[in-house]
Ligand binder design. Structure first.
Ligand code: AMP
Ligand code: GLY
Length: 425
């Protein structure tokens, strides 16, 4: 089978790494990919939003199966467009991807189908949103309705902060059209958990649990990022908790989307708050988490390719994935300044040294080669150093030993990835 992965981050590198290991994969392409992905797949310079270019590439390379990494092209209908041409695609239709593309839509689904989540209001009028905030008081959460590159959420500790967030989104338009509508919702307290399941429209197959660290600084301080590290399994996801999540949230969501005429195919990533009363939805995503995908791929023992393919043809109920019992951890190396402004083009050395240790894989998130052939950083998140070991403590030690071998003075990482899990070990 000839496969094409769409995307260029650490998530897509991990997917390419797992697909390249499949005996069913005869040829693997990635568009656009990065310098690390180029070790596992043939990269082609086609952007993720260039649907014509993607179709041309599929025809040119006789691609049988397309795996879409990021949410943007899914929300914009890439899967629909390819399915209309009888190409097998891993990823939901635009109608199903609205679970991530519109926070208001996802909240309405939860309300209609009794799926536990924070109480909320939807607003297209700034004054009405502000009146609601004043009536509810703080803490309170303000969310841009549409895709805002992970920056659309303000967890406001004061009413003023929430009012400012409304102005930023609806009056000043800092998120463009993504912020012309906002969701204002109840602040939930508890521990966060990322829950992933493959789905073929009718059946859902839960994957291993994982947890990421969103804040840029040690001790979960500083601004939100795409994720600075992750580990799997997540101790907060006990077998009892997993059973509740499946019963109270996962199955009702898959059933709801089918009932709405938008069956969900692909991977559903449910951001959960484990509260005193049980698991509640923070948000849905319609793709793998990045960097959660890296730890999941590290622990996956089964062949990834047939499982992804099963989401496209309604055969997921026949699947039972096997996972390494070991713990996996990934530490993100980012350019200094991220998530703010940062320098591009700085040179990175000795990834080979870091990756030489057993059970260490360095997935690339934002790299390229310069004219001299040197590896350079091209993004905010640049490398994800991923390890597996019998315990989370050993996985952590291995990950940081590998990180310390990489020579990149312009980079930084958090030093406390996994701290919550380590405290329980
Ligand atoms: P999101 O982009 O929706 O994942 O939100 C970013 C982060 O904001 C989440 O990971 C949570 O830490 C936090 N958050 C979002 N919604 C809520 C909520 N209702 N209560 C508490 N924290 C929230
Ligand atoms: N790591 C969180 C995300 O991918 O949204």
């Amino acid at each position: 089978m000839r496969c094409l992965v769409i995307g260029s981050g650490g998530r897509e590198h991990a997917l390419c790494w797992a697909l390249a290991a499949s005996p069913l994969c005869d040829a693997l392409f990635c568009a656009p990919g990065n310098a690390g992905i180029a070790q596992d797949a043939q990269c082609r310079p086609v952007a993720v939003d260039d649907f014509d270019g993607i179709e041309a590439l599929i025809a040119q390379e006789a691609i049988d199966f397309v795996v879409v990494g990021p949410e943007g092209p899914l929300v914009d209908g890439l899967a629909d467009r390819l399915r209309a041409k009888d190409i097998a695609v891993f990823g939901p239709s635009a109608a199903a991807a609205a679970l991530e593309g519109s926070k208001g839509f996802s909240k309405d689904i939860c309300a209609k189908y009794n799926i536990p989540t924070a109480a909320y209001g939807r607003f297209t009028d700034a004054q009405a949103a502000k009146d609601y905030i004043r009536s509810q008081g703080a803490p309170i959460v303000v969310k841009a309705d549409g895709l805002a590159a992970g920056k659309g959420v303000t967890v406001a500790m004061t009413v003023q902060e929430a009012l400012d967030a409304v102005d930023a989104a609806m009056v000043n338009g800092i998120f463009g059209t993504a912020g012309t509508e906002v969701v204002v919702e109840e602040f939930m307290e508890g521990e966060e958990l990322s829950f992933f399941a493959l789905a073929d429209g009718a059946t859902a197959l839960p994957l291993a649990s994982a947890q990421d660290h969103k804040r840029v600084g040690d001790g979960d301080t500083g601004p939100n990022t795409g994720g600075m590290g992750a580990y799997s399994p997540a101790p907060v996801c006990t077998p009892e908790m997993e059973a509740r999540i499946i019963r109270e949230i996962l199955t009702p969501t898959i059933d709801a989307m089918r009932a709405e005429g938008a069956p969900f195919q692909g991977v559903l990533f449910i951001g959960l708050m484990i509260t005193k009363t049980g698991p509640r939805v923070i948000e849905y995503n319609v793709r793998f988490g990045d960097p959660e995908c890296q730890v999941l791929m590290m622990r996956l023992q089964s062949d990834l390719l047939p499982a992804l393919l099963a989401t496209t043809n309604g055969t997921l109920r026949n699947f039972d994935l096997r996972w390494h019992a070991q713990s996996a951890m990934t530490v993100v190396l980012a350019s200094q300044g991220y998530p703010g402004t940062y320098q591009k083009g700085t040179v990175i050395r000795n990834i080979e040294g870091a990756a030489a240790a057993p059970d260490v894989v360095v997935f690339h998130a934002g790299t390229a080669r310069n004219d001299a052939g040197e590896l350079i950083a091209t993004g905010g998140r640049v490398l994800t150093v991923t390890t597996m070991a019998p315990t989370i403590t050993e996985a952590r030690n291995r990950a940081y030993a590998a990180v310390d071998l990489i020579e990149w003075p312009e980079g930084f990482c958090r030093r406390d990835i996994g701290h919550r899990a380590l405290n329980r070990e």
